[in-house]
Design a protein around this ligand. Structure first.
Ligand SMILES: [Zn+2]
Ligand SMILES: [Zn+2]
Length: 472
């Protein structure tokens, strides 16, 4: 593909550093009489950046390396904040690539750096933890740890991010800033991202990107959504005490509370807002049927997509249980956010970062393989990076799904958190390429002239290579 001369000149101007771009005496090819490449990818003369990144990711050695890392981590799954062995695999591979990192961060996490070491900073995040599930898939790399399994693809997320590290390392001298690679512990318990944030991992970060493998889209398809995407998830636990004088019945108070909690969704909420409140546990009483218990416990979960609804829901649950307890002469203690039940806010994708993800994905996987995802009732602690409760952390970011529904093995594929869960490993290099391209290109946008029409950067950097006559 060839470029119009007018656009070429415009982009040349835009891609130069501000101090250089103001030099009217320099030709585009020279800055202060120093030769300068018009094309930062001069080394890859016959490739566009898109093709170059894809060729790096899909190289048979890289693809096998990514797959083998995933399999190694899969064999030794570790639960939240226990990811010692997993992080040692990550550090081993980073060492081999001469990529610097911080460890331990948030107890078992690893944070690596590729690029100039200077701002701007953008972050790519992978989660590392497994689930307390006994794997029932019989294959060569089955979990060797009884009762633990990577059943949510976090082993694959780590491998994809290491793949991105390898790609970015090969582009390091061309990175217009620094990419921070976050290998985060304890996503499944909703604690890891918060711990990473507390350790300052995303300070000064200007954008953050996350990928999660899903079965809801075909293999290699990117699916994401602007704004509210994944539900926030909170848990509540309440203990309702019957007063002794005169004796009151906490079972009645709990029964009324459960019924009233259902009315929050059915009668108080906007039906288009789709919140959910579920009571999942009731515990009280004994086999002594002539004894009214002193107390009864209930617990459950609530979910919503909008932050406003989500936080209001928690408050209302507390209010309903306390009020119904009082109606029946009982007292109650409601725990909305104890250590036992961390609250994960809704995942709300930033419009600007979402647009970037869509544009880059269109180029990396093709426009026919990019979908607008429906809202998804699951939750992700990636949400904390974009909006940490009670904190000033608000990094613009985007969580995207990478599909792995492979029609040729569909009958073998089971949903996340199933003991039969499997991963279509063929999509892993695509995940690495996406990560690398998201970060590389966003750094370029952050360092471009404020008046730049970013559309041309995407076109320029990802689909076009300059004919040799234009190369320095
Ligand atoms: Zn999960
Ligand atoms: Zn997950």
């Amino acid at each position: 593909m060839h470029f119009s001369h007018m656009i070429l000149i415009t982009l040349t101007f835009l891609l130069l550093p501000p101090s250089s771009s103001s030099s009217s005496s320099s030709s585009p090819e020279t800055i202060n009489n120093q030769p300068r490449c018009l094309n930062p990818f001069l080394q890859h003369k016959n490739d566009s950046l898109k093709d170059y990144i894809l060729s790096l990711a899909n190289h048979v050695d890289t693809a096998n390396w990514i797959k083998n890392i995933r399999r190694e981590i899969h064999e030794y799954p570790e639960l939240a904040f226990e990811e010692i062995r997993t992080s040692s695999v990550i550090r081993r591979e980073l060492d081999k690539m001469s990529i610097g990192y911080r460890w331990p961060v948030a107890r078992t996490g690893v944070v690596a750096f590729v690029g100039s070491g200077l701002p701007p900073f953008v972050a790519l995040r992978a989660d590392m933890d497994a689930l307390p599930i006994q794997e029932l898939v019989e294959w060569e790399h089955k979990s060797k740890i009884d009762g633990k399994m990577h059943a949510c693809g976090h082993d694959a997320h780590v491998a994809m991010l290491l793949g991105a590290a390898k790609i970015l390392k090969q582009l390091e001298t061309e990175l217009q800033g620094t990419v921070i690679l976050i290998f985060q512990p304890a996503e499944e318990t909703g604690e890891g991202a918060k711990e990473m944030i507390k350790e300052g991992v995303v300070e000064k970060v200007e954008a953050i990107f996350g990928l999660h493998l899903v079965l809801s889209s075909d293999s290699g398809v990117v699916a994401t959504r602007e704004g509210e995407f994944l539900a926030g998830c909170g848990c509540f636990k309440a203990v309702i005490h019957g007063c002794m004088i005169p004796p009151q019945d906490p079972i009645l108070a709990v029964s009324a509370s459960i019924l009233s909690l259902q009315h929050i969704v059915s009668r108080e909420s906007d039906p288009l807002d789709t919140p959910v409140v579920s009571v999942a546990m009731v515990r009280g009483g004994s086999d002594d049927l002539n004894v009214i218990p002193d107390s009864v416990s209930i617990a459950g979960t609530y979910r919503a997509f909008s932050k406003k609804t989500f936080y209001a829901l928690g408050e209302r649950i507390q209010e309903v249980i306390k009020s119904q307890s009082l109606v029946y002469g009982c007292s109650s203690v409601v725990d909305l956010e104890g250590n036992e039940f961390p609250r994960v806010p809704p995942t709300v994708n930033d419009k600007r970062i979402y647009d970037h993800v869509i544009r880059v994905s269109n180029l990396i996987v093709g426009e026919g393989n990019v979908e607008i995802a429906p809202v998804f009732m699951g939750s992700e602690d990636f949400a904390f990076y974009m909006d940490m409760d009670g904190d000033d952390v608000k990094i613009p970011g985007c969580m995207a799904f990478l599909g792995m529904k492979n029609r040729s093995i569909l009958h073998h594929q089971h949903s996340p958190h199933s003991p039969y869960y499997t991963v279509d490993e063929d999509v892993l290099p695509t995940g690495s390429a996406l990560h690398a391209a998201f970060a590389y290109t966003y750094l370029l946008i952050l360092t471009s002239h404020p008046s730049t029409d970013h559309y041309y950067i995407y076109i320029y950097m990802l689909t076009t290579y300059l004919p040799n006559t234009y190369l320095n």
